[in-house]
Design a protein around this ligand. Structure first.
Ligand code: SF4
Length: 337
């Protein structure tokens, strides 16, 4: 398969289903985010706006704090109101209105209550220790795009050479002291590994490839910082889990990246999670099961149609023939981003 970059979501997507990875990342097909993911995006945006307000508070002494963000619009509040719960509630109302207004799903009062519940949980946990306004903000929604400068990370496709890149976004980075930062990743879903079919325990999170990847990226982004702590906060399923990685994890992450890169690059016939498509992962969780491929004459679903084409004409021809027009294999936007 063509592969020019990896991100934590692409790695977990490949583990979930190789065929779904191929459809998403190589061919560039679009999946809908699903209302659960959209609700998660709303919570993320609320936390982001609160952190941006705090960042503004940190940056000057002006009596008004001001931010401008597409989902919550232009916001101006008196400096002394920063910690008021009504500020958080006002942001939630605006962000909810923005997302639900452009969604294909019909949002209910219960959906709003769910998100508000998540917000109150975060803001009140441990007397507000995870409230972004109680933190010293280092960065918010920090995007990274880091080239892997190793011989194994080189690729050549159609005569074009490049180096594998690692991409992603870290939700929230806070400064603990001059030598220590904490990365916080908000999660509104279940604390569950869908690929492996098991709960993510603390022991498993200590080897979690997404968290190790964030640690690896943060080490590159902030080389001057000695200690980087990683917290994944399962808001609706278990609360915060904090992990301290070290130099061994950098080595392990690079080994994992190399293995994943080689495995994906050498894969010319992606496996389907279920060849009969009888798994709940197909029937309940996958758009490519539900939707027919537009070129199919008999309504064959997208997954099966492309699988049949891979068998008939091979990967190179399938990729050329069925890639979405304008899709660049070096770019991918996650649903909900
Ligand atoms: S329908 Fe099943 S096998 Fe096909 S892409 Fe979706 S999850 Fe994978």
């Amino acid at each position: 398969m063509l592969i020019t970059y990896l991100r934590s979501s692409s790695l977990s997507n490949y583990d979930f289903c190789e065929q779904q990875y191929y459809l998403n990342y190589t061919l560039g097909y679009e999946r809908s985010a699903g209302i659960k993911a959209e609700k998660g995006s709303i919570l993320h945006k609320v936390m982001e706006c609160l952190a941006l307000l705090k960042l503004d508070f940190q940056s000057h002494d002006n009596p008004q704090l001001e931010i401008e963000e597409v989902a919550c619009g232009k916001l101006s509040i008196p400096r002394e109101s920063l910690m008021s719960i009504s500020v958080a509630e006002g942001i939630l109302n605006k962000v909810f209105e923005y997302y639900s207004g452009k969604s294909i799903y019909g949002y209910t009062k219960k959906d709003f209550k769910d998100i508000a519940g998540w917000m109150y949980t975060v803001l009140s946990y441990g007397k507000g220790v995870f409230d972004p306004r109680n933190r010293k903000v280092q960065d918010v929604e920090k995007r990274f795009d880091i080239t892997v400068d190793k011989a194994w990370a080189k690729y050549i496709y159609d005569g074009v050479e490049g180096q594998l890149a690692i991409k992603g976004t870290i939700d929230f980075i806070t400064k603990i002291d001059n030598n220590t930062i904490e990365i916080i990743d908000w999660k509104t879903g279940k604390r569950y590994d869908w690929a492996a079919g098991e709960e993510k325990t603390y022991e498993k999170l200590c080897k979690d490839q997404q968290l190790m990847l964030y640690y690896w990226a943060a080490k590159k982004l902030y080389p001057e910082v000695e200690n980087i702590i990683v917290t994944i906060y399962f808001i609706a399923d278990g609360g915060p889990f904090t992990i301290a990685f070290d130099a061994e994890h950098i080595k392990k992450t690079e080994e994992n990246l190399q293995k994943a890169f080689v495995r994906i690059r050498n894969n010319n016939m992606p496996k389907m999670v279920s060849y009969t498509q009888s798994s709940f992962k197909c029937t309940k969780l996958c758009d490519y099961f539900k939707n027919a491929h537009p070129d199919s004459k008999d309504g064959t679903n997208t997954c099966k149609f492309i699988h049949n084409e891979l068998k008939r004409i091979g990967m190179e021809a399938t990729t050329k023939k069925y890639s979405v027009k304008g899709h660049n294999v070096s770019n991918y936007q996650c649903p909900g981003e």
